[in-house]
Ligand binder design. Structure first.
Ligand code: URP
Ligand code: ZN
Ligand code: ZN
Length: 471
């Protein structure tokens, strides 16, 4: 057999097993996996991976690149975001295309295509956000276009993005109607679950000059207790249970949410949940810091007990994907809050650090195995988001999206050592292992030993099929 590249003698990890092997890559695809030292090909580049982990490229299914939001635009665009992604071994990102007022879903798709085309080092797609009842009728056409996942927000009325209960219910009905088989959905609804009226009540009670002077950014956490997320998840699960439409809870941050998803799945409700790296390591003590406002995101980071419950959920299977919800803002952008907690641009940078966080706090801390890391960051995201036939594992015929991790290497996080345009990191000062020393997207090395070697524009739009079933 002929190969362009041979990754030689690394420990290859899939969702099921780990073994030392050579991986042969030809024309962008994985062509062979064989005993260490057994592959050769004249002219092939041989990359020595002995003593290193070789994993499938990670897939971050939740990013917001160059998103107009909170009166500004998130600072990582497809170029900078994808430079940060490959640092973490991420080879595909899925953004959210959000129509502006009066726009159709197809318009939003074109807008996002213009943002990404020619810029991204990694492959990309987006979930289509429904911001108008009329968008529900467009769902079948978008599914045919390779965009089978739809997003609704229960909050963000001021952005014009919020859906009410009737719209959520009707979307789940529509999603269900597209497939004859409930267990093989052709489309799925992703949901930002926070209870808007309860949240408004809490914000209204605390949005006074006196409280803002006394408590500052702590009010972001105070106004978002766990019940805000838990009630919303519970309600959405009811709708999924009744309509039988496939539901995926994004950025789940609470122990209560994890319990609800576990119980719903046990009684056969078609619901899945992701959490994000920040909810696995940060708690709301960050709001005590003098720069606590930097950490404002939605949902906000919770308490130590939630962190423990989410890790257990990742181990047991009720939480099936880790993403980042990257929505980066610089210190200058965050300063727009000017003492008013309702005006903080909400979101965190995270693409540089996703796999390192799961590796350091999951695998190295003994909470999960390397195979579970691959499931959570690579294989499950690919399957759930309809890329499972070409990405997310290391097997012949799959895209040669690969990351090599040196277990001996570590980095003490400093924004200068990251590629995000944010000039701060939520993980600043933490020593993390698990950064990628080499990242390959469809057979092309795009990042190697701290240098980007690929051309922006290498990344392609990937058409997706219906969400796959999970084991
Ligand atoms: O704070 C966040 N998460 N910002 C991005 C928008 C969202 O809700 O995902
Ligand atoms: Zn959200
Ligand atoms: Zn988000």
């Amino acid at each position: 057999m002929r190969f362009d590249t041979i990754i030689s003698g690394g420990t290859v990890h899939t969702a099921e097993s780990s073994f030392v092997a050579d991986v042969g890559v030809e024309k962008g695809l994985i062509a062979a996996i064989a005993a260490p030292g057994s592959l050769s090909s004249p002219g092939a580049r041989v990359i020595d991976a002995s003593g290193k982990h070789v994993i499938p490229g990670a897939i971050d299914v939740h990013v917001h690149l160059a998103l107009p939001f909170c009166g500004t635009v998130s600072c990582d665009d497809f170029e900078h975001g994808s430079r940060a992604a490959v640092h973490s071994g991420i080879t595909t990102v899925i953004d959210f295309a959000i129509p502006s007022k009066g726009e159709s879903l197809k318009d939003a798709h074109e807008t996002w295509m213009a943002k990404a085309r020619g810029k991204s080092l990694v492959d990309f797609s987006w979930h289509m956000a429904l911001t108008d009842r009329g968008h529900i009728e467009e769902i079948p056409e978008l599914v045919e276009m390779g965009l089978p996942t739809f997003k609704e927000f229960m909050i963000y009325e001021s952005e014009g993005w919020n859906s009410d209960d009737a719209m959520l219910y009707a979307t789940l009905e529509k999603v269900r109607s597209l497939s004859n088989r409930e267990d093989e959905p052709r489309a799925m609804l992703l949901l930002h679950a926070e209870s808007p009226r309860i949240l408004d009540l809490f914000i209204g009670r605390h949005h006074t000059p006196e409280k803002m002077k006394a408590l500052g950014a702590r009010l972001h956490a105070i106004t978002r207790p766990n019940v805000v997320e838990a009630e919303a998840i519970e309600r959405a699960i009811r709708f999924a249970e009744h309509t039988r439409g496939a539901l995926y809870i994004v950025h789940m941050s609470t122990g209560e949410g994890t319990d609800l998803v576990k119980a719903a799945r046990a009684r056969g409700v078609p619901v899945l949940a992701e959490t994000c790296a920040q909810y696995l390591v940060l708690d709301d003590s960050v709001f005590e810091r003098s720069d606590g406002h930097l950490y404002a995101c939605c949902p906000q980071v919770k308490k130590a007990g939630d962190i423990d419950r989410l890790w257990r959920g990742l181990g047991d299977g009720e939480v099936c994907v880790v993403s980042t919800d990257t929505c980066s803002f610089t210190r200058e952008q965050k300063a727009m809050w000017n003492g008013d907690f309702t005006k903080i641009p909400m979101g965190l940078p995270g693409l540089d650090t996703m796999v390192p966080i799961v590796y350091t706090f999951g695998v190295q801390a003994g909470r999960i195995t390397m195979n579970r890391l691959v499931q959570l960051c690579c294989t499950n995201p690919a399957r759930v988001m309809g890329l499972g036939d070409r990405k997310g594992t290391i097997a012949p015929g799959f895209d040669a999206d690969l990351a090599i991790i040196d277990p001996a290497a570590s980095l003490t996080v400093d924004p200068k050592s990251l590629y995000s345009k944010a000039d701060w990191s939520p993980y600043q000062g933490m020593t993390l292992h698990g950064f990628s020393s080499l990242t390959m997207v469809r057979g092309t090395v795009v990042y190697e030993n701290g240098k980007h070697v690929g051309t922006p524009g290498h990344g392609q739009f990937v058409s997706r099929s219906g969400p796959g079933r999970l084991n």
